[in-house]
Design a protein around this ligand. Structure first.
Ligand code: DAH
Length: 348
């Protein structure tokens, strides 16, 4: 039986030459190691082997089995490597073919507008602070001098959440959030999403973006003149406006309050449909921070003073890009969006 085993081994090794094909290898495996293969057959006939020889024969069977399995593994590994080598050498890259055009995405126009606004304010020394969209009545209204039944609350139709929380109606909550935590001097801009119960229309959207800004320092250090300087500078940098004017207005959180208009970019003051024949376009709201607001964040109005401003980013975007309909910014229609690949750099 030992001779027979040696015979099986020799034949298998001979069949598993270096150039054995996958089929040849598989044939040997089935013939020798398979369920009804030669080695299995020998094991089955172990009864015929004299008792004292059985362990030796058994060991020999195992040894041959291991040897052949190892040999098969080596050959299969070699075949795999050769197949890979072959496929790599056959795959040819024709570098003279013209390339595929890859369509690159880009930042949404509203975000580009916002980034550019921030860049201008950061250039003037402002810091950017993000504040929360989900607010409480205190930070969105109360601390901003909207008393309980203040009529101005109704100017901003609010989304209320269960438990009394609300979605902020403006980024002015950023003033309160930042001043509560920090001490002057402060020069901060707060961009963010705002929400009001407005129908989506040409000029309004229930969700929109605002940029809030404020500057506070010791009394007398930040005056209305600084407000005018900073906001005139911004309007010139952003719109290349030829002239601006400050018009008296009202906000609960500023006193005095003003709105900044710039000379209409379309008609340059001559009067057109866009500026409703006034020659001016409204850009933003602003004013000196109301003493009540300072008190709400535990600043002493006798000691500190500052100004604040706020503007709608979509609204400003409409003016800047000459877009006629707010809804276009929210519909994500590629035919519209793709027209503003990169407002930064040259196109500005
Ligand atoms: N919060 C105002 C709004 O949503 C915008 C605004 C006006 C912000 C004047 C200010 C400001 O900080 O001084 O319409």
């Amino acid at each position: 039986m030992r001779d027979q085993l040696e015979e099986i081994r020799k034949r298998a090794i001979a069949d598993l030459g270096d150039d054995a094909t996958e089929t040849q290898i598989e044939n040997v495996r089935v013939r020798v190691l398979g369920r009804s293969g030669e080695l299995t057959e020998i094991m089955r006939r172990m009864r015929e082997v004299p008792n004292e020889e059985r362990p030796v024969v058994g060991q020999l069977v195992n040894q041959i089995k291991r040897e052949l399995e190892a040999r098969i593994a080596v050959l299969q590994e070699k075949l795999k490597a050769a197949a890979l080598e072959k496929s790599l050498s056959e795959a040819q890259l024709d570098v003279t073919l013209s390339g595929m055009k890859i369509r690159r995405g880009h930042v949404h126009p509203i975000h580009q507008i916002l980034e550019w606004m921030l860049e201008i304010f950061v250039g003037m020394g402002f810091e950017v602070a993000m504040t929360q969209d989900v607010e409480d009545d205190f930070h969105n209204f109360e601390a901003l001098n909207f008393t309980a039944h203040h009529p101005a609350r109704e100017m901003q139709d609010t989304f209320y959440l269960d438990g009394g929380a609300l979605l902020r109606t403006h980024t002015s909550n950023g003033q309160i959030r930042v001043m509560e935590k920090r001490q002057p001097p402060l020069a901060i801009v707060c961009p963010g999403r705002c929400f009001r119960r407005d129908e989506l229309s040409v000029r309004a959207s229930p969700m929109f973006t605002q940029l809030e800004g404020f500057m506070v320092d010791r009394r007398g250090k930040i005056t209305m003149a600084h407000l005018k300087g900073v906001l005139t500078e911004f309007t010139k940098a952003f719109f290349a406006a030829t002239a601006v004017r400050f018009r008296a207005s009202y906000f609960p959180f500023t006193e005095p309050s003003a709105e900044l208009d710039m000379r209409c970019l379309l008609c340059n003051g001559a009067g057109c449909a866009v500026c409703k024949h006034s020659g001016w376009t409204e850009v933003l709201g602003c004013g000196m921070i109301h003493p009540g607001v300072l008190r709400a964040v535990h600043y002493d109005p006798a000691e500190y003073q500052g100004f604040a401003f706020g503007m709608g980013v979509e609204r400003t975007g409409l003016l800047k890009l000459g877009v006629g309909d707010m809804r276009l910014f929210f519909e994500n229609d590629q035919r519209f969006i793709a027209q503003f690949p990169e407002l930064s750099g040259g196109a500005r």
